[in-house]
Design a protein around this ligand. Structure first.
Ligand code: ADP
Length: 623
């Protein structure tokens, strides 16, 4: 249906373009050809040329009717209507087949050919050509026809005997000019016929071009549509596959990280602590890879959107420093954050994406540098209520060959594998960074010297929301000294964890063990509703993907039954590809938590959503 409509639109557009040309030429053609006939008619009436009554009946009057109809059509019918084209085309065929060789044949051709050309073919050149041919042949035929009766009986005239009859009957004025019947035949029959046929062929080829062109176009459109649907289906299948895989991988990873966290918390043995710490690092790496793959698939399908908020730059820089300093230290690299401390402190933008881009660049710088320094420069230029932040990450690492720089954004592309084979990576990071920057209206610039080092820089224009100077970001954010998660006890707090996977509930219980909170469990939406009807909770963690009644449906039922009017509900999801914050908030939950559950995130949520008197609020959560 859609496709049909689009095809029609294409045709209409095509004809609309030609309408002006068509109408102009048809009118010209009409006027000149009609002029010839009117002159012949007047001369006839004035008795200067005697026209046979049969010729008048067969030729002149039908021609007049056709001309008037044509005139009427050009004035009233829009040539942009493709139906007109078909009506004209079929009427021409009809006239040609029924009227045969009469004079009307030429008249019709003279009127309709250019008209058809104009309607079907875009070229003014062809228009003029056909027009000239038809008018010329009309003149010759009218002239010859009136004087020699050629048009009236042209088939019979193919025999010279009949021609001779005409000559003998003394109906010819042109005898002085040429009495040779063969030359007359050539001049007034063969030549005009040829001209008409040439014009006719031109029209046929125009029709053929248009028809085959539009057929080709239609075929091409159909193929493209088919390919598009196939690609869309494949992409949908890919997204579904990724969502599923993400869920499938994150669920056991949640258990691995959760249980490991318990080992880290509970084990006193140094060796065990070290092993657990390695498990944590590798699991986090695995999680990062999954996140990268999901991000790039989201970008690819155009579903990646920015979420601008007011943010404190100090927080981002501080987090980055803490994350990278450890890695740099491990590789015995110097890490320098060279920041313009006079720049404003608060901006409006997508802090998560900025953090992700910088983290990618800094991680790469550390990964691909064996000795020396990794530096983050941040300079600032005020632009009224906006500011231009120029970030550049410089390393003294292995560098990139000039010919490889252009390929750096290709997905899964990694260079120098002989040197880098021990370096972990997927080859997705740079592509993601570039796409995020593109979304933020910026561009990543790369300068690199093979063997010496690289510089990755970009500029962001952000709205300033807090003009206080940034100052020493490390001290300001007051974070670096490790603050322990769950360093409080709240035995009176009641929490409900809803998850069909018992392992996940166990993880919750394990992580929160030290807080001594009362943790109830429900393994289905139904059970959750029953428990909520019996007692009140301070906080509910509700899993999204559950068989039967899923998290969203359970939440809606809770809302209908007014079971969560005073209880914040946090949706938990291992399904990061669908885990868009806004979507969950729109459904009516207070927040959402992605699995694997990170202790620091869970800690933050508890402090944020539980009453202050029950759980102390950490400094940075208050910010
Ligand atoms: P990866 O996960 O492999 O690090 P990226 O997309 O982040 O993937 O980077 C692509 C490739 O670009 C890397 O494999 C590496 O060869 C090269 N590269 C990126 N950053 C640097 C850098 N700072 N120094 C040298 N090479 C780099």
């Amino acid at each position: 249906m859609e496709r049909e409509k689009r095809k029609k639109d294409d045709i209409s557009l095509y004809f609309e373009d030609k309408e002006f040309i068509a109408n102009t030429y048809v009118m010209k053609c009409f006027t000149v050809t009609m002029g010839i006939y009117v002159t012949a008619f007047v001369l006839n009436v004035l008795n200067i040329f005697i026209i046979d009554a049969g010729v008048m009946r067969q030729g002149f009057f039908p021609s007049l009717v056709i001309y008037l109809l044509t005139f009427f059509m050009t004035k009233t019918v829009s040539l942009s209507n493709p139906k007109v084209k078909y009506v004209l085309f079929f009427s021409l065929i009809l006239v040609l087949t029924t009227m045969g060789v009469s004079i009307t044949y030429h008249v019709v051709l003279g009127a309709l050919l250019p008209f058809l050309c104009a309607t079907l073919y875009s070229s003014r050149g062809v228009m003029r050509y056909v027009y000239t041919l038809t008018v010329l042949s009309t003149i010759l035929i009218v002239y010859g026809g009136y004087y020699y009766g050629l048009c009236d009986a042209n088939m019979a005239l193919l025999t010279t005997g009949r021609m001779k009859d005409y000559v003998d009957n003394g109906q010819f004025v042109l005898t002085q000019v040429n009495t040779n019947p063969h030359i007359s035949l050539l001049l007034f029959f063969v030549i005009p016929r040829c001209l008409i046929y040439i014009a006719y062929m031109e029209v046929c080829s125009s029709i053929f071009k248009v028809v085959s062109g539009s057929l080709e176009k239609a075929k091409l459109t159909e193929e493209l549509e088919k390919a598009k649907t196939e690609a869309e289906n494949a992409n949908r299948a890919k997204s579904q596959f990724l969502a599923k895989m993400s869920h499938e991988i994150r669920t056991p990873l949640n258990a691995v990280l959760g249980m490991n966290e318990m080992i880290l918390q509970e084990s006193e043995t140094k060796n065990i602590q070290e092993y657990a710490s390695d498990v944590k690092n590798s699991s986090m790496m695995l999680l990062n890879i999954i996140n990268d793959i999901l991000d790039s698939s989201k970008i690819e399908s155009g579903r990646m959107e920015l979420v601008p908020v007011d943010y404190e730059l100090g927080g981002i820089l501080n987090d980055l420093y803490n994350m990278i300093a450890f890695k740099a230290q491990e590789r015995k690299l110097e890490l320098v954050f060279d920041i313009d401390t006079a720049m404003p402190r608060g901006f409006h933008g997508d802090d998560k994406r900025i953090r992700q881009v910088l983290l990618n660049l800094l991680t790469n710088a550390v990964k691909y540098t064996n000795k020396g320094t990794v530096t983050l420069h941040l300079s600032y230029k005020a632009l009224g209520e906006y500011g231009a932040l120029r970030f550049s990450v410089i390393d003294t690492g292995i560098g990139i060959r000039e010919e490889d720089i252009g390929k750096i954004y290709d997905e899964f592309q990694r260079f120098d594998m002989s040197r880098n084979r021990h370096v972990e990576g997927t080859g997705l990071g740079m592509n993601i960074a570039r796409q995020f920057l593109k979304l933020m209206g910026s561009e990543l610039k790369i300068k690199s010297e093979y063997g010496k080092g690289s510089e990755f820089s970009f500029e962001l224009i952000q709205k300033v929301v807090n003009t206080k100077p940034l100052g020493d970001f490390r001290r300001k954010s007051g974070l670096p000294e490790e603050k322990k998660n769950f360093d409080f006890t709240a035995p009176e707090v009641k929490i409900l964890v809803v998850d069909d996977n018992r392992m996940n509930i166990k993880v919750f219980q394990g992580i929160l063990k030290h807080t001594r909170m009362q943790i109830s469990e429900a393994i289905s939406g139904m059970e959750c509703l029953e428990l909520l009807e019996q007692q009140e909770f301070d906080l509910v963690f509700l899993d999204h993907m559950m068989p039967g009644m899923d998290g969203i449906e359970t939440l809606h039922r809770m809302q209908e039954k007014k079971l969560c009017e005073h209880t914040p509900v946090i949706m938990c999801t291992a399904n990061a590809i669908l885990g868009d914050r806004e979507k969950y908030l729109a459904e009516g939950c207070q927040d959402f938590l992605t699995k694997p559950i990170m202790p620091e995130q869970l800690d933050k949520m508890l402090r944020q959503y539980l009453p202050d008197k029950l759980v102390p609020v950490k400094e940075e959560t208050r910010l």
